[in-house]
Write a protein that binds this ligand. Sequence first.
Ligand code: NAD
Length: 492
Amino acid sequence: MYETIAKANGDVTVNGHAPKMDFETFRNVINNELTSTSKTRHSINPATTEPNAEVPVSTLEDVDNAVAAARKAAKPWSQVPVEERKEKLVAFADAILEYKDEFARLLTQEQGKPLSQATGEVDMGATWLKAFSQMNLPEDIIEEDDEKKVINRYLPLGVCCAIIPWNYPILLACGKIAPALSTGNTLIIKPSPFTPYCDLKLVELGRKIFPPGVLQILSGGDDLGPMLTAHSDIDKISFTGSIVTGKKVMESCAKTLKRLTLELGGNDPAIICEDVDIEKIIPKIALLSFLCASQICMMIKRLYVHEKIYDKFLAALVEETKKFKVGNGLDDGVFVGPVQNSMQYEKVKTYFDDIPKEGWKPAIGGKLPENGKGYFFPPTIIDNPPEDSRIVTEEPFGPILPALKWKDEADVIAKANDTKTGLGASVWSADVERATRMAKQLEAGSVWVNSHFNVAPGVPFGGHKWSGIGTEWGTNGLKAYCNSQSMWIFKT
Ligand code: NAD
């Protein structure tokens, strides 16, 4: 598919492959031009604390230029037949996969996650792009009789902007690019200043596939997000990030009544019933607690274990967690990399500092490495801390997990729901009917029985309460990039 599109665009291919792209220089993409800025900045490799390459620091002028190009491209792009737009998304995915190894290494270098997890993220990004090319948003016929036909149509919003956090820069960018572009919008990506590199290269590749102004990217500092949310010619912001920032984004968007999707933080409970097969589920629970150094919005962040099996379960979880090698994600066998940046390191460190102060009991971990570079923490499980301690009530977004005891079903459900967040939640039991009954009472946008953190491009994803507004992905996600139009056609 990439080759077909490249030929149609008159681009050079090398034996049918994408021409070589370097992974050392990083520029904005405005109107399909690679542009630099007079001021540049860099982020830090979290495993080594060495500086990464320089990236642009966009100004208001860059924002205005990108928005103007996006506006100019919006109408013609919306008129490109939807099947053709989808073909370009597939070609984009194929082009990304040609550089899978380069993207994965770069992702490990900027984000810190181990190479195998980084490779998995590149694959997921491509999967999301391709999956949206299989999804449709047809007009709904609401009513039809001899007199009239009433239909509901979905029209692109126009110019959209995607604000991306630092934990999954590739997947979360692709998860916004696919629905925005397939529904006929143009999109400006704003990566996190901590992880701009893979996103800049993604859009550089996209330049060869999409017409000018359709997919653009601006890298910058802390002032760039507010410039975009305040811009009067952007129609929608799709924001993924923290609750604190999400509220600021909403406040700013209100001034121009922008459409808005907010995908925010969570504090996911997992409820383990007394009848589980401990040996079978422990590897999964450990993985779903410490993957990506626990920097995933829908990780298990509060582990409620039935008191009848608590001791045995905790002992088995500790043994499993001991197997996780901590280190530089480029080294063999590493499962837990560093946390992504110094700000996050200092935040997670406060929970470790509280262990002696609050008298929390670590079942494993708890002590910071004495020397060495990098933002590393040992995977840590806190044994039954008080329900009102901050390790339970807050989202640490780092590898420190509270394990808690429960005995009464109604009580544990009330505790699981006793939070302003509502992103994900799970119940684990051999009795699927019982677990499903319990899971249905959990206040969260995604609920799993005997699993956690499953996501798929066709399944709507979003949070209840302070974990978000609106959903992304699936048909709901396509609609989130559209204006709904009801059309009444009278036949006489
Ligand atoms: P963050 O809120 O600090 O930053 C997210 C993005 O917003 C970055 O690109 C940042 O530069 C930008 N930003 C910062 N201030 C802004 C402002 N005033 N206006 C506009 N943009 C602004 O979040 P983070 O620390 O990068 O990510 C971690 C958080 O994201 C965690 O809470 C995590 O749970 C959440 N998260 C949620 C999801 C989800 O889908 N629900 C997915 C991943 C991460």
